[in-house]
Design a protein around this ligand. Sequence first.
Ligand code: MN
Length: 432
Amino acid sequence: MTMSPIDPGLIERHNADRRKHLDADYASLGERLSRRGVDIDAIARKVSAFTVAVPSWGVGTGGTRFARFPGPGEPRGIFEKLDDCAVIQALGRATPAVSLHIPWDKADPAELKGRADALGLRFDAMNSNTFQDHPSDPNQPLSYKFGSLSHADRAVREQAVAHNVETIRIGTAIGSKAITVWIGDGTNFAGQADLGRSFDRYLESMRAIVAALPSDWRVFTEHKMYEPAFYSTVVSDWGTNLMIAQELGEKAFCLVDLGHHAPNTNIEQIVSRLIRAKKLGGFHFNDSRYGDDDLDAGSIDPFRLFLVFNELVGAGEALDRLHPTHMIDQSHNVTDPIESLIRSANEIRRAYAQALLVDRAALTGYQDANDAMMGSETLKNAFRTDVEPILAKARVDAGGAIDPIAAYRGSGYRAKVAAERPASVGGGGGIV
Ligand SMILES: [Mn+2]
């Protein structure tokens, strides 16, 4: 039996007050969708099956390079992080998996697995960390100040490879099936490093990591345009990422973090290209306005999130074969991280549900007839549809809350853990 940090009775009482209105809203939306030839229950079933992984580092308050303002009751280690992830899942029912970051979340794998099993959680892709130094880790005495997998010194590269292999080993013991590799390697000055040789060294290191993958594992490489390096980044963009995945072979795929592009980049077109190349591995969902802002998914530009899902849904069977993973990667600085993650998972599901409503046959017809207005209107019709009753129905049918943030606030969870978890300095966090 799953132990839940949220009393199921509380969720039942919360839903009882709202059930009548949800049923009416769902029936009304179902009637309107049926006029468009859409079966609302079929959409709801697909939405229910869609899940997104929560990042362990997301349940703590993030920060910027200027400051970090901790919130009350922050988790002090991976086991308390898992408790918070279980709250998100209990109320929202969209996030049954957690993505771990090593060494921030390093612990006995058997204990990790046991705790996750007890909470009804599982583990999604693992994340290695060679973008900062780990003075307390005896396996990583060398500094990554001038890079990791692409470092000029072979000994640093070997240390970084060994850390990734250790991350794979921990992941294997807890049921994960993938590792995401993001490095901070790059330069701040033209002339600081040779662009070509750095990339060759990176590829050589990645080949060693791929060689250590179990047969049923995948590796996701994550590109990022800038930061922490500001002149050049070794894995800078989707073109570089595609080259990497193609060179590394059948286990290697590209991960798209929505915030890792220049402003105004057409991310949905990148998604389309990577699907065609059979190299789309997964996503880090978040939103941004200027750069890698790590704001809550769908909070700034929900239409862009919808357009990404429009490409995914439109790809049909080609996407089924790729089965990309969905993860959130956000930094919460001014909100309760639990509330942000509940809402973000819901916004991601919203974009998916809206994309399912696009009349694909009509869209193709308008495109082939060069009817730009009606092609645009076909997408907008889907995007303008308020699908909240579908999202709420998916939650409540799975045991979650109709209004999960209201239920969370009503639970008193934050005040309870604030009393149990005295404020501590440090802890994992940051922008990745
Ligand atoms: Mn990321």
